[in-house]
Write a protein that binds this ligand. Structure first.
Ligand code: GLN
Length: 443
């Protein structure tokens, strides 16, 4: 069934950078045989899964949407992919994404834009746009994305599927190509809340290859959640100016329904929200400028035949290997970290980060969950914003505070007619299971 959908839709949508249907079907047959013989199979037995191309796989090249890594074939699987394989999931291909995960529309990919399956003139969101689009058009029921400032939740919202950004440290980053390491987190995208729960349970948990992993093991047991006991926070800074009226209305409709079923709604405030977006971009670009220094054409990156000195080779490789947005960010990040500006920009951004953490900590003393729109608007048209980087950065206003505070959050589709709208449930650290339970009550 998935193969048929892919054959029908993939050429138009361009959700994949690599795809191996033949091997995937072979694998599915093997698992099918095992089931028929009554043998034990894993939790993901036979399920087709797309993996964002920022996550390493030993049997697919991994490009991160960049010419820089066009021919890169990793010698190892990331931890999340090993876990999927152990549970008999089938990685069918690598999903398209913004170059080095920098973007909110999947238009900066070296391998061309992905189209939104709901309206092909529109972007699927980003940077995990290929992952969300593949789920939406039925290539696979499950996918993996990575979320540094909204890249799982934004495309989930624009394509009308579910997307979870786990607590920082909950899922191993081993094998995830680093963008901003203190914010990056891998998360599941699915067409159902059951899919999110299933894939999240498989990929989460400790791993010795990631120094920022959390030690605590998850319970994994079913959680009971009664709406009558719940306080839901509505942070006023996430509504109003800059948020599309229809988006706000739709989210509020859902909030009213939760209230009618017994939940208490409470207006709260995240005062440091005002500085969240600027601080996020300083932190993300600074870390990116350092992380991307490894792509020098010698250790990583495509090789050019040049008989020049190292400096010339280095700049030539980076000039041709990176696209415009990536180069812009490396330059801005380098600037923010340089002597004299470090205190002015980077240190200040870290202070805002601490304030954001405190504001959320305070909020979670008063409420159990926070609900906001995921994105301030619906999917925009292809080419509409790509020439105006600032307006694209603004799109991330509601998702980045969550990464800065390291919290988990889930985007839930809440508009079933026409262009999708996403509602974001933010929970306290390690409360993914409770967020998932609340989402079950919304659908
Ligand atoms: N759009 C944001 C950025 O460009 C978030 C990207 C992400 O989460 N990878 O930085």
């Amino acid at each position: 069934e998935c193969k048929n959908k892919i054959e029908k839709k993939e050429e138009e949508i361009n959700a994949f950078i690599s795809l191996d249907l033949e091997r995937s079907i072979e694998k599915a047959k093997e698992i099918d045989k095992k089931i028929k013989e009554g043998k034990d199979v894993g939790k993901l037995a036979g399920l087709p899964i797309a993996v964002k191309d920022s996550i390493t796989t030993s049997n697919f090249k991994t490009t991160c949407g960049s010419k820089m890594l066009e021919g890169y074939h990793p010698p190892y699987d990331s931890t999340v992919v090993s876990k999927i394989k152990e549970e008999d999931g089938i990685v069918i291909g690598k999903a398209n994404c913004d170059e080095f995960c920098m973007g909110s529309s999947t238009e900066t990919s070296y391998f061309g834009s992905t189209r939104n399956p709901v309206d092909e003139e529109r972007v699927p969101g980003g940077s995990s746009g290929g992952s969300a689009a593949s789920v939406k058009y039925g290539a696979n029921p499950l996918a993996l994305g990575s979320d540094t400032g909204g890249s799982v939740r934004c495309p989930a919202s624009f394509c009308g599927v579910y997307g979870l950004k786990p607590t920082y440290g909950q899922v191993s980053r081993y094998g995830l190509i680093a963008y901003a390491s203190s914010l990056d987190q891998i998360g599941p995208i699915a067409n159902s809340i059951e899919g999110i729960s299933l894939l999240f349970n498989v990929i989460s948990g400790s791993n010795d290859m990631d120094s920022t992993k959390v030690e605590e093991e998850r319970g994994g047991s079913q959680i009971e959640l009664s709406l009558n006991d719940l306080n839901i926070g509505i942070p006023k800074e996430f509504y109003g100016e800059g948020v599309d009226e229809e988006v706000e209305e739709k989210v509020k409709e859902n909030l009213d329904q939760l209230r009618d079923k017994g939940a208490k709604l409470k207006e709260i405030s995240i005062p440091s929200m005002e500085y969240a977006l600027s601080a996020y971009y300083i932190v993300a670009m600074s870390e990116a400028s350092s992380n991307l220094a490894r792509f020098d054409g010698i250790r990583y990156g495509f090789k050019q035949k040049m008989n020049d000195n190292w400096e010339k080779v280095f700049s030539q490789v980076r000039k041709t290997g990176f696209g415009e947005e990536v180069r812009r960010r490396i330059m801005l990040g380098t600037y923010a970290l340089s002597t004299g500006y470090y205190e002015k920009y980077y240190e200040k951004a870290l202070k805002v980060r601490t304030l954001l953490k405190r504001d959320f900590e305070k909020a979670f003393k008063e409420v159990d969950f926070i609900i906001t729109p995921t994105m301030p608007f619906r999917a925009f048209e292809i080419d509409e914003k790509i020439e105006d980087p600032l307006s694209l950065y603004m799109a991330d206003i509601l998702t980045v505070p969550v990464n800065m505070a390291g919290l988990p959050s889930l985007s839930v589709p809440c508009e079933t007619n026409g262009l999708p709208i996403g509602l974001q449930i933010i929970g306290d650290s390690f409360e993914e299971d409770r967020i998932i339970e609340l989402a079950r009550k919304i659908k």
